[in-house]
Structures are given as C-alpha cells and as structure tokens.
Design a protein around this ligand. Structure first.
Ligand code: NDP
Length: 246
C-alpha cells in the first residue's frame, strides 16, 4: 500500500528550510498541495517553488502574531479551498543557563514554539472540524521529555507542546481531527549546526544508531501520521531520535 495525499492540502509552518522543508517535500511527494510558511516570505516562496509540479505556495507569516496567522490561514483557504493537514513545525532556540536567560529570550522561544502552535491550530482547525477530517502534527523534541541543561526555555516550550497535543486531541477526536506530536532527537539542520564540533561529536556518541538524524527521518513519521495508515492514532508522541532517549 502506498501513501496517497493527492486530494489533500497541507500547511507547514517553518517549511522554508530544515526539517519543515523536508516535511513539505514528503507531503508534496505524496501528492498534497502544500502551503509553506516562514517569516521571510521570499524564502518561503522559493522553498514552495522547489517542491515542483506547482504543488507549493509560500506565505510570509510570523506565527507569534495573531493578525498574520488569521490573514494567512484565510489566504491559504482561499487559494486551496481548505486545509486538511497542519504541521506546527516553526521553532527556535535561545539556549543559555537559567540565570543568563533574559525575559526577552524566554518570551521569544515560548511565543514561537508554543503560542505559535496554539494560534495556527486555533485558526486552521475550524475548517477541519466543519469537514469532519483533519490531521494536526506538532513537532516537539525529545528534550521536552528528558529536559536538558541550558535549554530551560526550549524544553518548557516543547513539554508544553506535548501537553497541548494531548488536550487538543481529546477536544477534536469526536470530529475526526487527529492530533499527534513527533519528537525528533538530534537532527542535522541550521538550528543544530550552531553547536560546537566537540559537543556535536559527544552527542553522536550518545545515539545508539550512531548518526545524526536527517530531515527526511522526521518527515517520514509526519507523512505516516498524515496518512490513512494512522487513522486510529491520536494524542500520541512519536519519538524519532535513533534511540537517543530510551
Ligand atoms: P531551522 O532553524 O532550520 O528552521 C526553522 C524554520 O522555522 C524556518 O523555516 C524559519 O523560517 C521558521 N520560523 C522560525 N520562527 C518563526 C516564526 N516566528 N514564524 C514563522 N516561522 C518561523 O529549524 P529546524 O528545522 O532544525 O527545526 C524545526 C522544528 O523541529 C523546530 O520546532 C525545532 O524545535 C524542532 N526540532 C529540531 C531538532 C533538531 O535537531 N534540528 C530536534 C528536535 C526538534 P524564518 O526564519 O523565515 O521565519
């Protein structure tokens, strides 16, 4: 059996690069039309065009800004008629030890990773509820389960996103809107290239599968959760980390 999303419309926040772009590629590869969101609208448009076959459309949108979220969800529904699959992937880090985290850095991380998912879910889920079909997939992180030194803001946002996933799944299940989260481990993207080579080597040693994850590893899990193969799965957290956090 093959995953076929050819009648579906997906929206991927932070789809202009990294894991989000791999997710957009996987969804488009299965036949979906994909709306790619990022703060930089030109980059989002470029990424959308790279999906090929005219399947993508890029939108500039800061997910922390409610007016921008409302405007873009309406624009996507106008262009593609509906949103069937939402992937809340936009995320950021401002790593530091507890006493060195500024209030601004706390807010940036919580607003982007947690409030952003809340705002986009709230606006995109309305149509899913009406049509009695929807898939919402939130990109969390294994450190939202395990905790991590130097990431109190980030881990709080990701643990919050896992709780949000479970609660929304309970609220929307009766409308056949399935809500799950994926928790990537250490994935090779711009976000993790900021880490020193020494810290990177130490992290790889802690991964039983002996390599960093790739965006495609996470995208495969998202594609499964968006597909009909996952139609009896909701409120779950799927860990994609090469065995790092066992
Ligand atoms: P990148 O930094 O490579 O990409 C982040 C994406 O999010 C970009 O497209 C960026 O576009 C967009 N973005 C950032 N802030 C906003 C915002 N306020 N509004 C809209 N879009 C925004 O990150 P990754 O691909 O590495 O990470 C993707 C997700 O996966 C994140 O949620 C991250 O926490 C999670 N994750 C990553 C791991 C890793 O090892 N890389 C591990 C575990 C989880 P623009 O700058 O134009 O806004």
């Amino acid at each position: 059996m093959k995953i076929d999303l050819s009648d579906k419309v997906a929206l991927v926040t932070g789809g202009s690069r990294g894991i989000g772009f791999s997710i957009a590629q996987a969804l488009a590869g299965a036949g979906a039309n994909v709306a790619v969101l990022g703060r930089d609208g030109a980059k989002a448009a470029e990424a959308a065009q790279a999906l090929g076959n005219g399947r993508g459309r890029g939108y500039g949108c800061d997910v922390t800004q409610v007016a921008q979220v409302e405007r873009v969800v309406a624009a996507v529904e106008q262009e593609f008629d509906r949103i069937d699959v939402l992937v809340n992937n936009a995320g950021t880090t401002r790593d530091n030890l507890l006493f060195r985290i500024s209030e601004a850095d706390w807010n940036t991380v919580l607003d982007t990773n947690l409030k952003g998912a809340f705002l986009v879910t709230k606006h995109a889920a309305r149509g899913m509820i009406k049509r009695r079909w929807g898939r919402i997939i939130n990109i969390a992180s294994v450190v939202g389960i395990s905790g991590n030194k130097g990431q109190t803001n980030y881990t709080a946002s990701k643990a919050g996103l896992i709780g949000f996933t479970k609660s929304v799944s309970k609220e929307l299940a009766s409308r056949n809107v399935l809500v799950n989260a994926v928790a990537p481990g250490f994935i090779d993207t711009e976000l993790t290239r900021r880490i020193s080579p020494e810290a990177r080597d130490a992290l790889i040693k802690a991964i039983p599968l002996g390599r960093l994850g790739q965006g495609q590893d996470v995208a495969a899990a998202v594609l499964f959760l968006a597909s009909d193969f996952a139609s009896y799965i909701t409120g779950q957290l799927l860990v994609v980390d090469g065995g790092m956090v066992l």
